[in-house]
Ligand binder design. Structure first.
Ligand code: NI
Ligand code: MN
Length: 233
């Protein structure tokens, strides 16, 4: 089965493969670019990259409704299991660690350079990105919120079909550093995220795509919130 992605706006990503769904950073309530409502989000597995509100988002409510498993770092997994959040199907990993969910998708936590305090001020551990490997062999890197870092070259050695990179600047890498990141990661396709949601992270995605075409060997794909992308394999 092929793997496809729907961009839900900001850093919220929905992957579909073999009728199952991975939802990442489902910030929908309060997201001016949200493509769907949290009650309409399907999820078998939810991944949370770090503790900030624009990434934890509606994770708890969606997990409870959908009966989804939630995976994040060890500290956030503990927070999710507190009585105030009340989740029980939780995986708590750390950087470099991976697990296979339901004999289906393999998830590895990667480094990310950012903050991770939770919305209530709790310690959210360290932020991460994700490498996902689907049963059809499709390999995807979601950098989530991060600066450029040289070890992206190591992630690229895995052979990426798709990378999702923030380009908004201010809180994460901006356009210039995203070009350098693409040249380290060498993904077949690259999609920009974490831009235009708020004025502080406004970017011209078409101009970004033109630079990717000219300055890298990767193919840029600019989506509108709600768009699907069939990941070529
Ligand atoms: Ni953040
Ligand atoms: Mn963010």
């Amino acid at each position: 089965m092929s793997t496809r992605l729907r961009w839900l706006g900001h850093s919220a990503l929905l992957f579909e493969n073999d009728g199952k769904h991975v939802l990442i950073d489902p910030f929908l309530t309060g997201n001016p670019k949200a493509a769907i409502k949290p009650e309409d989000a399907p999820a078998d597995l939810i991944l949370i990259s770090h503790g900030h509100g624009d990434h934890v988002g509606d994770s708890v409510a969606i997990a409870k409704r959908a009966g989804a498993t939630v995976a994040s770092n060890y500290e956030i997994s503990g927070w999710l299991q507190q009585p105030s959040q009340g989740l029980s199907k939780v995986e708590g990993l750390q950087h470099g660690g991976s697990f296979t969910f339901a004999d289906w998708v393999r998830v590895k936590l990667t480094l990310a350079f950012h903050g991770s305090a939770l919305p209530d001020g709790s310690n959210g551990g360290n932020p991460c990105g994700f490498v996902l490997t689907f049963p059809d062999g499709t390999k995807v890197y979601d950098a989530a919120d991060t600066a450029l870092f040289g070890d992206m070259a190591l992630i690229g050695e895995e052979g990426l079909d798709l990378a999702l990179l923030p380009i908004g600047d201010y809180y994460t890498m901006g356009v210039d550093d995203s070009i350098r990141a693409i040249n380290l990661l060498k993904p077949r396709h690259v999609i920009p995220i974490h831009y235009d949601t708020f004025p502080a992270i406004a970017q011209d995605a078409r101009a970004w795509a033109a630079r990717v075409e000219k300055e890298t060997d990767s193919r840029p794909v600019v989506l509108e919130p709600g768009d699907w992308f069939d990941i070529p394999k």
